[in-house]
Design a protein around this ligand. Structure first.
Ligand code: ZN
Length: 131
């Protein structure tokens, strides 16, 4: 299976997943419960209150202060710069997970954005995540 086939297979599996009904989920006591922190679209854009660098350093500091690990869903166009590479590197050095959120954040439900477009978007973002 080549990389393109793998991406299309993964996309198909993701689209076919369904939530498990509550009645079929294993129960866990409070000590075993966990939650996930996911961060959507990290950015190197400035905001009125913080610079991008300050904002991301604050996020990393808070995660570290709480011993929490996050999964960063990376949208390629937002990190396609030297600043973006540094942002990813900082999260990676801190032990957080980097996940692919396509390059352009397109609406993949739109008919024009077919599997071919999806595969291209994922591959383009993957190249940036892997650098
Ligand atoms: Zn998003």
């Amino acid at each position: 299976m080549d990389r393109r086939q793998l991406l299309l297979t993964c996309a198909s599996l993701a689209l076919s997943c369904r939530a498990t009904p509550a009645s079929r989920r294993p129960s866990a006591n409070a000590r075993d419960r966990r939650f996930a922190i996911t961060i959507d679209d990290p950015s190197t854009e400035e905001t009125p209150r913080y610079s991008a660098d300050e904002r991301n350093r604050l996020i990393l500091a808070q995660l570290a202060a709480h011993g929490a690990q996050a999964m960063l869903f990376v949208c390629g166009k937002r990190i396609d710069s030297p600043q973006g590479a540094e942002l990813l590197s900082a999260f990676n050095r801190a032990g957080h997970l980097l996940a692919n959120h396509s390059y352009s954040h397109l609406n993949f439900s739109a008919p024009a954005n077919d599997a071919e477009v999806f595969a291209g978007e994922v591959a383009r973002s993957e190249a940036l995540i892997a650098r």
